[in-house]
Structures are given as structure tokens and as C-alpha cells.
Design a protein. Structure first.
Length: 257
């Protein structure tokens, strides 16, 4: 299988199984990610993890597929790209945090997927590449927007114009990668994050995720209003009652995770 879902109750894992093509994109991967996001609406689910069965997270689009698209009309090519963009939108709009467990590296739209996630655990030695220009192509999958949010302009230009890979160490130093792991252990790091999320307040986490995500796109005035409304609601919710009581009683809160 080129992709599969593993349902572990409080977390959904999407495995990119296209190892013989370094995790290249596939319709099955799109379907699995979309399915995982749908499952994430169930209250039991606290995180989604994207990872790969091979030694490379995702190499992006299959060039043989892209060659075949040359014969399509341009509006048909737009439709194919929209399928990718819908997956990126799904990751961005997931109701629970999405964690990328990156082995080897991520390239092209694979990098778009990783940067669309909320947390990234990457193995030492991994590299991140926007290699489109080498094939006479341009970035898609929201990559330029993600890079603009995450990196200085000059580094984004270096990645996109020159296709120079950026090491995981540099990404970690810049705060793009949350945690480094030994090779082969990125999944263990992602599972540790999922463990912590499972013990927290699900609704508050979901609201926080949305606030942080929209904070890049709205004015400060709009964000102040959004935070006011979210905080006013949270202060009257059961999660806050339990969290505040636990703090005052010097005990661990029980959010039902």
C-alpha cells in the first residue's frame, strides 16, 4: 500500500508507504490524510501524526505523473493542484494538533505537508528542500506561504531559487523543527508529543491551535477580539473549572484524556 491509517484511539497515524519512491505523493496518501482529519473530529482523538514507512518523509510530486500532466489543459492541471491544496487545507484546518515525524527529509510538496503541521519532530541528518526550480517548476502546496511565515526572506529565496537544501540543525535553530531525534526515532518523538496532548484539555488545545494559526493572517485588532471571545468562552467551560481547581489544589488536572 502507498499509504495507510493506524487508529490508536487517542491519535490517528498516517503512514506514507511509498518508500520505493522516497514517499512521493499518491492519491492514497491524500485520501488517508483526509480520512484522518475527519476522524479527528471525534472527541476521543487528540492528535494526528504524519510519517513515513521508509527512510524519507516525502519527496513531493512524482515527476512521471507531472510529465503526463503536460498533455492536460491548463484548467485540468489547476484541478489536480487543487487536490493537493485541499489536503494542505485539511491539515491546516484539523481540529486537533497535527505532528510530522520526519525521517531523512522532506522535499517539494512533502515539505509543504511538514510545514502545514503544528509540530515537527525530525531525525538528525534530515534535509529540507524546495527543489521545484531544478525541474523548471514553481512551488505549490502553500510552500511559499509557509516559508514566509517560518523563515527569513533571504533563506526562503535561497531554498526556492537555488534549490539548496537546509539541514535539520539549521531548521531546529530557527525554531521550525520542534525536536531532534536519532535516525529512526522521529516517530517516538512524535508519540511523546501526542502523549502530552492526550493529557491536556482538548477543547482549549483546539481553540489555541486556531488562534495561533489565524494570528499570521489577521490584524492585531482582529486577533485581540478573537482572543477576547475565545477566553470569555473558555473561562465558563468545564475544562477551565477542572484546570483552575487542580492548580489551586496542587494536583494534576483530569481532563478525561
Amino acid at each position: 500500500m502507498s499509504a495507510r491509517i493506524e487508529d490508536k484511539g487517542d491519535r490517528i497515524i498516517v503512514w506514507n508507504g511509498n518508500a520505493h519512491k522516497r514517499g512521493a505523493l499518491s492519491p492514497e496518501l491524500y485520501a488517508c490524510i483526509n480520512q484522518a482529519v475527519e476522524l479527528a473530529h471525534e472527541p476521543r482523538v487528540r492528535a494526528v501524526i504524519l510519517t513515513s514507512e521508509g527512510d524519507f518523509f516525502c519527496a513531493g510530486g512524482d515527476l512521471n505523473v507531472l510529465i503526463a500532466r503536460r498533455d492536460l489543459a491548463e484548467d485540468e492541471r489547476r484541478g489536480k493542484i487543487d487536490e493537493l491544496h485541499d489536503v494542505v487545507r485539511a491539515i491546516r484546518g484539523c481540529p486537533v494538533p497535527v505532528i510530522a515525524a520526519v525521517e531523512g527529509g522532506a522535499a517539494g510538496a512533502g515539505l509543504s505537508f511538514a510545514l502545514a503541521c503544528d509540530l515537527i519532530v525530525a531525525a538528525k541528518g534530515a534535509k529540507f528542500t524546495a527543489a521545484y526550480v531544478k525541474a523548471g517548476l514553481v512551488p505549490d502546496g502553500g510552500l511559499t506561504a509557509s516559508l514566509a511565515r517560518a523563515l527569513p526572506r533571504q533563506l526562503s529565496m535561497e531554498m526556492c531559487l537555488l534549490a539548496l537544501p537546509v539541514t535539520v540543525d539549521r531548521m531546529y535553530d530557527l525554531g521550525v523543527v520542534n525536536a531532534l531525534s536519532e535516525p529512526g526515532a522521529a516517530m517516538a518523538g512524535a508519540m511523546a508529543y501526542a502523549d502530552r496532548l492526550a493529557q491536556g484539555p482538548r477543547q482549549a488545545q483546539s481553540v489555541i491551535r486556531g488562534l495561533v494559526a489565524q494570528g499570521y493572517d489577521v490584524t492585531e485588532a482582529a486577533q485581540l477580539d478573537a482572543e477576547r471571545n475565545a477566553m470569555a468562552h473558555a473561562a465558563g467551560a468545564d475544562e477551565a473549572a477542572e484546570g483552575i481547581a487542580a492548580f489551586l489544589e496542587k494536583r494534576k488536572p483530569n481532563y478525561g484524556g
